[in-house]
Design a protein around this ligand. Structure first.
Ligand code: PMP
Length: 398
């Protein structure tokens, strides 16, 4: 009898959203390395899209998961029981955040954090307009899709939320479109999927000012930038501003599914009445995810990883030189290398994978290669990875 491979079963029974999935069959992962079923090792330069900041299977995170799973897993819907992993993690985050951001609503994912934040802003302001930015990404559910800044991904799913407006990221003149009708402005602190676009400090400060003046709530989406990726614990620290609502996800769960929207307790209080249970989730803030997230957060601080992010990013930037690289965009350990076209980028990415380096492209910038490795990557590994990337570019030229 013919045996059906996992790869065939994957294609037959696991829903496919990509016409060309990478199809790597990974057996285990440790630190900065992924190992496929055939024993080959891959240096991970994308960290599951900015998730595995501490590397894979960090012993403290694995231990926290095991310990919590033995104590209890799901007990009750969000917000009814006092569950110590949630309490400890929320308190820890509040300790490291500006005083105003002291109240955490844990969700299952980034997109659910977006949904919760948009609802909260509408509820607090009594307004409906949601302002966002072209090339911005905040998730794939319908509210998040409504504020996404890319028509290609939205077009087929209309009707979406009414009363939305997309401005140009970084354009100070367009900020006058934020008015007393605006419930919220949602923006990435650094736009990731556009191929790493870093706004000016002046733009971000003006945005903060306009929101304060008009009473629109400023939602900073730090799903990718949060927890050290930009070289600071939170991306907004680069601009000297504080949001009304902060979104975290990706690395928040230390590799487990966890997101959060965070605001002042008085603001969050709007979800408690009229109606009660203003946002409901069964699994949001799952005790095992919170235990994993807390262990990862503590390791991030104890191992002093955040100060290593900028010098390591800089080394990548210095070493990645090739005539085919049209531009480089970077902050901390999030970087985009721009090539002539998606076709060229894809060929280079495929060649890098063959050569043992895992990388990827960006949703709204398919011509750009993504570099966002775990923070624990060593200088030697960076040097090796850069040699492989430059060598792979050479290989596709010929
Ligand atoms: N916001 C940003 C900035 C993101 O990059 C992402 C995920 N790529 C999300 C929100 C959505 O997160 P999730 O995939 O967990 O829903």
């Amino acid at each position: 009898m013919k045996t059906i491979t996992n790869r065939q079963l994957f294609l037959n029974h696991v829903a496919q959203t990509s016409p060309a999935p990478l199809m790597l069959e990974i057996e285990r992962a440790a630190g900065v390395k992924l190992f496929s079923a055939d024993g080959k090792g891959y240096l991970d330069l994308i960290a599951g899209i900015s998730v595995s900041n501490l590397g894979h299977s960090h012993p403290k995170v694995v231990n926290a998961v095991q310990q919590q799973a033995e104590k209890y897993m799901h007990l009750m819907v969000y917000g009814e029981f006092v569950e110590s992993p949630q309490v400890k993690y929320a308190s820890k985050l509040a300790e490291f955040l500006p005083a105003r951001l002291n109240n955490v609503y844990f969700t299952n994912s980034g997109t659910e954090a977006t949904e919760g934040a948009l609802k909260l802003a509408k509820r607090v302001t009594g307004r409906t307009q949601l302002v966002s930015f072209k090339n911005g990404y905040h998730g794939s559910t319908q509210g998040a899709l409504s504020v996404m800044g890319d028509e290609t991904f939205k077009r087929s799913f209309r009707p979406l939320l009414p009363d939305t407006l997309q401005l140009t990221y970084g354009n100070e003149e367009e900020l006058c479109n934020i008015t007393s009708k605006t419930a919220a402005v949602i923006i990435e602190t650094v736009q990731a999927e556009s191929g790493i676009t870093v706004p000016s400090k002046r733009f971000m400060q003006q945005l903060r000012e306009v929101c304060t003046k008009t009473g629109a709530l400023l939602i900073l989406d730090e799903a990718q930038t949060g927890l050290g990726r930009t070289g600071k614990l939170f991306g907004f620290e680069h601009y000297g501003i504080v949001p009304d609502i902060l979104l975290l996800a990706k690395a928040l769960g230390g590799g487990m599914p966890l997101g959060a929207f965070i605001a002042a307790k008085e603001v969050m209080g709007a979800l408690t009445e009229n109606p009660v249970l203003g946002h409901i989730t069964t699994f949001g803030g799952h005790p095992v995810c919170c235990a994993a997230g807390l262990a990862a957060f503590e390791a991030l601080i104890e191992e002093e990883l955040v100060p290593q992010v900028e010098p390591k990013g800089k080394l990548f930037e210095e070493l990645l030189n090739h005539p085919q690289i049209k531009s480089k965009h970077r902050i901390g350990l999030m970087m985009a290398l721009e090539f002539e076209s998606f076709e060229m980028n894809k060929q280079i990415i495929d060649r890098c994978i063959e050569n043992g380096v895992l990388t990827d492209w960006f949703l709204f910038a398919p011509q750009c290669m993504r570099i966002a490795p775990p923070f624990i990557i060593t200088e030697e590994e960076i040097r090796w990875a850069c040699r492989v990337i430059v060598g792979s570019i050479d290989q596709i030229k010929g």
